[in-house]
Design a protein around this ligand. Structure first.
Ligand code: ADP
Ligand code: ASP
Ligand code: MG
Length: 815
């Protein structure tokens, strides 16, 4: 005989029940079956909610009850032919009327005892099993109905009753021995006291009902049919990449379920374990999938870590004090107190100094536990031998599970370093001596991030996911997104990086999609997004709390440049082409670097100098290898280079600058380039990256712009001023041209000092032949003595700047 249990979603409506009947029909061809069913999905929650409302005299309970009634009647009407409906409807109605009477009682008495609550909760399974049993009859299956309350006998703790195993087994054996039907259907979750009063086996208890029956009748197999394709490496609703575990041991399944893998109710395994009855977890909606097989000794090569699970709503209680050291009895009294209060302990840790004991319990029980324990230790607290119990709430336990972990070194190291890398604060750690389980207590809000990060580490080693939040999607940003889209597959295949854009913003709107924004339609989505706000962008990213998050600044905004520190402190990396932060006060630049290190969040700005050219990265490597830069000579303005390469006595300065701006070679405010400020910022950043302490004001800037042009306050006035001073610019051109020199805006750093300005470059100089918008930088170092280290190439333009940002993102991916 096989025992098959169908959960709430599997029997949630007529359509699903039809699938269940198909599965039963097929399975009953060559085996006798006991079928255990849950209440129709969510009914138990509704029943309990209705009871709570009735007991506080909230009339709304009647509407909820009506909803419960309608749902069940609908299934009857959908699945029982009209000619046979009346008997089924009238029995269903009788059950519902009785339920209504119970609610009336609660309403009138304003009372809800555990006993009444259990009776009310039992109606979910009573109704579902009755209706499904009638559907089976209609489909002419050789089946009968049996009320589990006549078989499963429990103690009188009504909502979480303990099963009297011996009596229960005898009842089950006697019944099934006599049974001649091919299929018996029974309600899950419900049982009775020896006096016949209804009890329940705890939330999710239908699994347990099925296991008890399977064990009593020595079933060949226990099948748990649910809404996912087995027991997964992690909860598939939280970790999208989780996959079903093909084969797992009883012990492992038990650990996973105890630590939150709700797919199996924890007590379920115990009854079948001794008899070595295999458990199969299957998906009602995809019966062809293999599912998970739970046995004593899984065959084949087994992974060390089998799964990761977690429990929420945990409180940590700490008993601490110097008066505890070396004195026996403290833990005994602690545990006895909690036992007397019937408080379940989920996790225990004690440091070897015996200075403190820490226990994890359910949040709901925390204040009760604290009161009881403070009373137990009142004497010692008064003498200051121990402190009052410390309670920390809203925590979660995250656990790695696997029997084979004991044979592998370094797993906990990997676990904790992964959590550390993601800035997940660990409040307590527990590892059993059997090493089937390594648990960490963390903040609830970090649970999702921690689960995904650990899953990636232990199960997806090959693919790392990066989550991008891009602000400023103008010219460069647009190119950047296009490059990401184009390279997506390549990065996945070759670099094992899965890069997703989760949030985008421009100055008007912002848009988020946690599943990753479709890079074909981001413009439409952004246009219809929420109103842009720098604060909300930040808050939303924080709330998402995704691992490997990267904030990308592709603006030239002062305001955006001020928020990097906030991101870094939250372990969110920052990539920016905006130079403002790195060229601000040295203290701020240095502070951002410090925070970046402290919170393990890279802060990269390769595109601050020379757009996509690998200048800063090269410099970093030079310094890291112990070399020392003493002089830098560079042409660092793609825009000025473009302007002076194109300007002559055949055109006007105004027109050349206009063209440069149109082609994307200047900042939105071209004066920043033309005045030399942009070049000054760049040489400042290079000097700082070389290890020198320098401020922007220390840089000598010999601007070639007339004072009046420098004083303009908007682009229109700026351009008008260029036209007005055309003669001045022609004069500058003539002076250079007369000497056969070219004009280059050169930045120099030497002897701790930096300066920028226009220079006449003769034809034998390496800067002479610098074309278009190219940049060049020469590093004179201890090791590059005869010839400087040179980097040269396009130093401006949307496409190359975007690829520089791209390169920084990849660097973080490899971090
Ligand atoms: P049923 O109503 O069939 O008893 P449950 O809701 O009790 O179903 O259990 C199935 C659910 O368990 C899944 O939908 C999933 O959300 C959750 N779950 C949590 N952890 C795991 C895991 N490790 N593997 C599979 N499912 C899990
Ligand atoms: N219906 C019960 C519950 O929701 C039991 C179960 O579904 O396993 O808790
Ligand atoms: Mg369940």
């Amino acid at each position: 005989m096989n025992v098959l249990k169908f959960g709430g979603t599997s029997v949630a409506n007529a359509q699903n029940i039809s699938l269940v009947i198909d599965i039963i029909t097929k399975a009953s061809q060559n085996k006798k079956l006991a079928i255990v069913v849950s209440a129709f999905g969510n009914t138990t929650n509704m029943l309990l909610k209705t009871a709570e409302l009735a007991a506080v005299k909230d009339e709304y309970y009647r509407s909820l009850l009506q909803e419960i009634e309608n749902r069940h009647m609908q299934v009857v009407k959908d699945l029982i032919p009209v000619t046979e409906q009346s008997a089924v409807i009238s029995h269903t109605k009788r059950l519902l009327n009785y339920l209504e009477t119970l609610y009336e009682g609660c309403f009138l008495l304003r009372e809800l005892t555990p006993k009444t609550l259990a009776t009310i909760a039992s109606f979910g399974e009573l109704l579902s099993s009755y209706i499904i049993s009638e559907v089976m009859k209609v489909r002419q299956l050789d089946s009968n109905y049996k009320d589990s309350r006549e078989l499963i006998i429990t103690t009188e703790s009504f909502e979480n009753a303990q099963v009297e195993m011996k009596l229960t087994q005898e009842n089950c054996q006697a019944f099934f021995e006599k049974n001649e039907k091919q299929i018996i259907i029974l309600p899950g979750f419900i049982a009775a006291t020896p006096n016949g009063e209804t009890t329940t086996l705890g939330r999710g208890g239908s699994d347990y009902t099925a296991a008890i029956i399977a064990s009593a009748v020595d079933a060949d197999e226990l099948q748990i049919w649910t809404d996912v394709s087995g027991m997964y490496t992690a909860n598939p609703r939280i970790v999208k990449q989780a996959t079903p575990i093909p084969h797992i041991s009883y012990q492992e399944a038990m650990e996973l379920s105890h630590f939150g893998a709700k797919v199996i109710y924890p007590p379920t395994i115990q009854p079948v374990l001794h008899k070595e009855i295999p458990i199969l977890v299957k998906n009602t909606f995809s019966p062809e999938q293999e599912g998970t097989r739970i046995t004593k000794n899984p065959q084949g090569k087994q992974q060390a870590v089998k799964g990761i699970s977690y429990i929420e709503n945990i409180s940590l209680l700490t008993l601490e004090g110097s008066g505890m050291i070396g004195i026996p009895g403290f833990s005994k009294r602690l545990f006895e107190t909690l036992l007397a209060e019937k408080i379940n302990i989920i996790l225990i840790t004690q440091a070897s100094s015996e200075h403190s004991i820490c226990i994890g319990i359910n949040d709901k029980e925390a204040s009760r536990a604290k009161m009881a324990l403070d009373e137990t230790f009142a004497y010692e607290i008064a003498l200051k031998k121990v402190d009052p119990i410390l309670v920390e709430q809203q925590l979660a336990i995250i656990a790695l599970v696997g029997e084979n972990m004991k044979n592998h070194q370094g797993l906990s190291g990997k676990m904790f370093s992964m959590l550390g890398k993601n800035n997940v604060n660990i409040r307590a750690i527990a590892q059993g001596a059997s090493e089937k389980n390594i648990s960490a207590v963390i903040n609830s809000e970090d649970a999702k991030k921690a689960l995904n990060a650990l899953h990636e580490e232990f199960f997806e080693e090959k693919i790392k996911q990066l989550n991008l939040f891009v602000t400023g999607v103008g010219n460069v940003g647009e190119r950047f997104l296009a490059q990401l889209k184009q390279q997506h597959e390549y990065l996945r295949e070759q670099l094992k990086l899965n890069i997703r854009v989760i949030g985008i913003s421009n100055s008007r709107t912002m848009f988020f999609d946690e599943e990753g924004i479709d890079l074909d339609s981001w413009k439409d989505k952004l246009a219809k997004g929420d109103k842009a706000s720098l604060d909300e962008f930040y808050e939303t990213i924080k709330t998402h709390n995704l691992r490997n998050s990267i904030f990308i600044d592709i603006t030239a905004s002062h305001d955006v440049s001020k928020v990097y520190g906030d991101y870094l402190r939250n372990n969110i990396s920052v990539v920016t082409c905006n130079k403002i932060a790195c060229a601000s006060e040295y203290e701020n630049y240095q502070n951002l670097k410090r925070i970046s290190q402290k919170y393990n969040a890279p802060f990269l700005f390769e595109t601050n100098v020379g757009a996509g050219l690998p200048i800063i990265d090269t410099l970093k490597n030079v310094i890291a290898s112990g070399d020392r830069v003493h002089k830098i000579q560079a042409v660092l303005s793609g825009s000025l280079n473009f302007v002076f390469n194109n300007f002559s006595n055949q055109n006007t300065f105004h027109d050349v600058v206009t063209q440069a701006q149109k082609e994307g070679y200047t900042e939105p405010d071209p004066k920043i380039d033309l005045s030399g400020v942009d070049v000054a910022r760049k040489i400042l950043i290079l000097a700082r990256e070389s290890g020198y302490i320098l401020e922007l004001e220390d840089i000598e800037n010999n601007s070639f712009l007339p004072q009046e042009t420098l004083a303009t306050e908007n682009n229109e006035d700026f351009y008008a001023s260029l036209t007005k001073h055309e003669a001045h610019f022609q004069q500058i051109f003539k002076e250079a041209n007369d000497k056969d020199c070219r004009l280059k805006y050169v930045a120099t750093f030497e002897d701790g000092k930096a300066k920028v300005g226009l220079q006449h470059i003769p034809s034998d100089h390496p800067f002479y032949n610098l074309e278009g918008s190219d940049n060049i930088v020469l590093f004179f170092t201890d090791r590059y003595v005869a010839q400087p280290l040179q980097i040269k190439g396009a130093g401006a333009g949307a496409e190359v700047t975007a690829s520089g940002i791209f390169a920084d993102v990849i660097r973080i991916g490899k971090f």
